[in-house]
Design a protein around this ligand. Structure first.
Ligand code: NI
Length: 167
């Protein structure tokens, strides 16, 4: 097991479109284990492989308070969506930034689990928002893309300043 390095916005590597997993083999299972460890250590509730610089369609998530209900989505696809909800989101790749994003309230998603078995899941509320947030990562999108241009400019300035101070 290993804790992986998480890329931070606006790193251009977060903009890549992740490739489907051809086969859930030992390397993919190892990636899932390392991603889960990285997410729990952060701590966070969801992590997409692109955030640890692996351009594969793999997501791990755990919304439980006990942190013992790991969900793995390999090659996830949203089959249906309806309704609208606004929730405050954050992201391990955008530390310290939280803002409201509008997304579908209810979705049906299909994916492979960590053993490569297909499953379908109905999700609403926080789970629905999380799944949409993580699938966005697989398509090179970050939640701040939904914020107003003014907020995005402010955020970019703040991050540039932090980087200058860190040099
Ligand atoms: Ni995120």
């Amino acid at each position: 097991m290993a804790i992986l390095n998480i890329l931070h916005y606006p790193d251009p590597r977060l903009r890549r479109v992740a490739q489907p997993v051809a086969q859930v083999d030992a390397a993919v299972r190892r990636l899932v284990v390392d991603m889960a460890e990285t997410m729990y250590a952060a701590p966070g509730i969801g992590l997409a492989a692109i955030q640890v610089d692996v351009a594969l369609r793999v997501v791990v998530m755990d919304l439980s308070e006990e942190r013992n209900a790991l969900k793995v989505f390999i090659n996830p696809e949203i089959l249906a969506r309806d309704g609208v909800q606004v929730m405050e989101e954050g992201c391990l790749s955008v530390p310290g930034v939280y803002d409201e994003v509008e997304r579908a309230r209810h979705i049906r998603v299909r994916a492979l689990d960590a053993d490569g078995r297909p499953f379908e899941l109905e999700a609403e509320g926080l789970l629905a928002t999380c799944v949409q947030h993580e699938i966005d990562h697989l398509d090179g999108k970050v939640f701040v893309d939904y914020l107003s241009r003014l907020k995005q400019n402010r955020l970019r300035k703040k991050l540039e300043k932090q980087e200058r101070l860190a040099m």
